[in-house]
Design a protein around this ligand. Structure first.
Ligand code: CO
Length: 296
């Protein structure tokens, strides 16, 4: 009886060693093959004409990083749902990161295609770092900065925007830029800073925001005081999407166009997102290159 028990015990140990060994081998096995990817993250747009901006960025990024996997994610749930109904499926940044991890990517550079490091960038940054801490996942996950992240960025973007003001603008005609803005994040102050930056280069350029400060009501009295009769309206957002088409250039009484016309100022809306200007895209791509360079 005792002998039989011993035999069973030995057999058990024998089997157990077979079961555990491969696991030990896997853990000490060879290093995971290096696989690099880029994740481009934008708020998103459901307007086909505005999609053009993202296509330009996509092309530029693929040119700058030949052979590297490039994927997209949209932060806006509403836009993702809208697109899904049209059969276009886009991931949230979190789902996109999970898929990259699942596909065995070891190094991921994420680029925020936001204009300021505001609320959405913050969320992206925090969540990305949670992914970076997961065991057995990425070796490195770096988040590149959004468009306006330094004095140098601000200066370059201001110059690029000025270059793309319609050529027919005459002396004494103003330019009013519509930024998004944020009511709950200190980065909203960047729009104030941009106002200063633009004004140093061209005293008749004004920056306002839809959801933060300054508002259009801060700008109108200034335009009136200067006796402005005509203003070009330009989005200061990556795409000329819903805000640009409706809140800026729409016919509703509360659109910027309507508010300015009511104040006796003729308007010329320009429906182009900042991502349609190559010099602006360059700033984003350089941020991405800086992050990616840490992988070498
Ligand atoms: Co908005």
């Amino acid at each position: 009886m005792k002998k039989r028990l011993l035999a069973v015990g030995i057999l058990f140990l024998f089997i157990a060693s077979f079961i555990t060994l491969p696991a030990v081998h896997a853990m000490h096995g060879k290093e995971k093959e290096v696989k690099k990817a880029i994740l481009l993250v934008a708020f998103g747009t459901s307007i086909p004409e505005a999609q053009k901006s993202f296509d330009i960025i996509d092309k530029r990024v693929r040119q700058a990083f030949p052979g590297v996997e490039v994927r997209w994610a949209y932060t806006s749930r509403i836009i993702r749902k809208k697109l899904a109904r049209q059969g276009k499926f886009l991931d949230s940044p979190e789902v996109a990161l999970a898929k990259l991890m699942d596909d065995g990517y070891t190094h991921v550079a994420l680029l925020s295609l936001h204009t300021i490091p505001g609320e959405e960038f913050h969320e992206l940054y925090v969540n990305s770092h949670l992914f970076a801490e997961m065991e057995g996942g990425f070796k490195r996950l770096l988040v590149a900065r959004p468009l306006l992240s330094s004095y140098e960025d601000m200066e370059r973007v201001a110059k690029a925007m000025i270059k793309h003001i319609p050529g027919e603008r005459k002396r004494g005609e103003a330019v009013v830029l519509m930024g998004h803005g944020t009511a709950h994040h200190p980065s909203d102050a960047i729009y104030m800073a941009m106002n200063y930056m633009f004004r140093e280069m061209d005293p008749l350029i004004f920056v306002g925001t839809v959801e933060g400060h300054p508002t259009i009501n801060d700008i109108v009295p200034r335009l009136k005081k200067l006796g402005i009769k005509k203003a070009y309206l330009m989005p200061f957002m990556s795409v000329a999407g819903d805000h640009a088409r409706n809140d800026m250039a729409g016919d509703e009484p509360d659109s910027w166009k309507s508010i300015l016309e009511k104040a006796g100022i003729k308007t010329v809306p320009v429906l182009k997102g900042t991502a349609e200007y190559p010099e602006v895209v360059d700033v984003w791509v350089e941020h991405l290159k800086r992050a990616y360079s840490h992988f070498k």
